[in-house]
Design a protein around this ligand. Structure first.
Ligand code: G2I
Length: 472
């Protein structure tokens, strides 16, 4: 879904690197053309692209903050990889480092995706937050369904930590050592670990992690602990006690899976109280979900709330930064877990930045130069996935309010020898470099404020630059 920005210009109180509508530039070429619904005449309109955008990671670095995203290793190519590498200075593997992922059968290990993410991060000068070592969820069946004595369980846990933390020793900046240890009322969650080892499993896990990589920052991470409440107070009391006992603990992770309209008023105050214990605080899994479909009003509110969360972190020096739990709505856990909800991340499913993106820019001290509201109809090209010899591309044709189409044809020139082999939801022909895709019988109509999408598979070699799509 295409979103427009209608908020007024803001200027930064301090340094003001200028950020416009993100460059997507050569990568996400989006040429805006206008087609009058009535006359069906082609009218050229300026491309809403910026020549020199400031990536979020540069804005964050200027504030001394991390900006991270959870990622899926297999997707780190094409447009997804471009954005992950360009905009973020931290990565968290969304699933790849969980116990079920790395040791699906006892003694059989699969580090493929985890290694891929760490390699990608190093190639893009990014830090990695390991996630997660000791949790009640996403454990392999052999572990979760086994019968263990306390001694066996403790050995399993500390061996797992020694192996996984040791594997990446010196390469990961931080670990979520223990994940989600509390119930909502602040009592300990009854888990494999708590039931078998008692509350001291937390100190044992942290101690094992420190031994395996003395340089990594060690965290306890939980959700619904963003504001001051019973659960966050239990976490506060736990980490205070751990510190007093000399147990290695460097920080707390506030996941921040938030609901639109429900950002806790005490967010900054809560960050501050943990910081005052001498601990780092990271916002580790931010998303702000809403009932779908998203509307301009909801997206504007989401922008304000993203801005507020980032500002709360910027305001506390020991808040190390904010990680979003997936940067695009096409890679978010929300729709699967909360049917009817979604649109929770800063980029839409077509990799276009949403108003929330600009809320982050503003909070990080960048200047948002608003493009004029979109008019007419436009086509946006993106690479959904890419492998050795092929890729899947997607084109979304969107019409702003007041414009519509009854039929369409998208044309472009492939600049590097790419060849389409198959298309869906459009009829595509290619003559040498020239591609022409016409609507299928069922999707010629694009209503005012609506969009249609078609896709294709193509081959590439050498490079795969994104073309500029013309709509006619
Ligand atoms: O549940 C949201 C997050 C809460 N905090 C801890 C995070 O680790 C957790 O992440 C999510 C992942 O984003 C999801 O992708 O954890 C879920 C599991 O609790 C992940 O979902 C799982 C699905 O349930 C599986 O069916 C799927 O095979 O993702 C797996 C890999 O795609």
């Amino acid at each position: 879904m295409r979103t427009s920005l209608r908020t007024s210009l803001r200027s930064s109180p301090r340094t003001s690197p200028t950020t416009r509508r993100p460059s997507s530039g050569a990568r996400l070429a989006a040429l805006f053309t206008g087609v009058s619904a009535v006359a069906a005449l082609l009218v050229a309109a300026p491309a809403a692209q910026a020549a020199a955008d400031t990536p979020l990671r540069d804005l964050a670095a200027a504030r001394g903050k991390a900006i991270g995203t959870a990622v899926t290793g297999s997707k780190l190519t094409g447009t997804y990889g471009d954005i992950a590498g360009r905009e973020f200075n931290w990565l968290t593997p969304g699933n790849a480092m969980k116990w079920a992922s790395v040791e699906p059968s006892r003694g059989t290990f699969d580090w493929t995706e985890a290694d891929r993410i760490v390699d990608f991060a190093e190639a893009h000068d990014q830090d990695v937050r390991g996630h997660t070592l000791v949790w009640h969820s996403q454990n392999p069946d052999w572990l979760a369904n086994g019968t263990w004595t306390p001694a066996q369980l403790r050995q399993l846990m500390t061996d797992h930590i020694a192996l996984e933390v040791g594997r990446y020793k010196g390469r990961l900046a931080a670990w979520d050592v223990v994940n989600e240890p509390f119930n909502e009322d602040g009592t300990f969650r009854q888990t494999l670990w708590y039931n078998g080892l008692g509350a001291d499993y937390i100190a044992q896990a942290l101690t094992a992690a420190r031994a395996a990589d003395p340089a990594a920052k060690l965290y306890i991470n939980d959700y619904n602990v963003e504001g001051v409440n019973a659960k966050s107070t239990a976490l506060y009391n736990l980490v205070k006690d751990l510190k007093a006992r000399g147990v290695p603990i460097d920080g707390v992770g506030l996941q921040a899976h938030l609901i639109l309209g429900q950002v806790p008023a005490t967010f900054q105050q809560n960050i501050q109280r943990f910081a005052d214990l001498g601990l780092d605080v990271a916002v580790t899994e931010l998303d702000i979900r809403m009932q779908t479909p998203a509307t301009d009003a909801k997206l504007a509110q989401q922008r304000t709330e993203y801005e507020a969360v980032f500002k709360a972190c910027v305001a506390v020096s020991r808040c190390t930064g904010v990680t979003v739990w997936g940067f695009t709505d096409s890679d978010s856990w929300i729709p699967d877990t909360f049917p009817g909800e979604g649109a929770a991340t800063p980029y839409d499913a077509n990799y276009q930045p949403k108003p929330a993106y600009y809320g982050i820019v503003t909070a990080l001290g960048g200047t948002v130069t608003e493009p004029p509201p979109p008019t007419g109809c436009s086509a946006a090209y993106s690479v959904q996935s890419q492998w050795n010899t092929g890729f899947t591309g997607q084109v979304t044709i969107s019409c702003a309010a007041g414009s519509s189409l009854s039929s369409w044809r998208a044309t472009w020139t492939f600049g590097a020898g790419q060849r389409i082999s198959q298309a869906w939801n459009a009829t595509c022909t290619q003559t040498q470099a020239a591609v022409s895709c016409a609507n299928a019988s069922w999707n010629g109509s694009v209503p005012s404020g609506g969009s249609v999408t078609f896709g294709f598979n193509a081959s590439w070699s050498g490079s795969n630059p994104a073309p500029t799509v013309t709509l006619g």
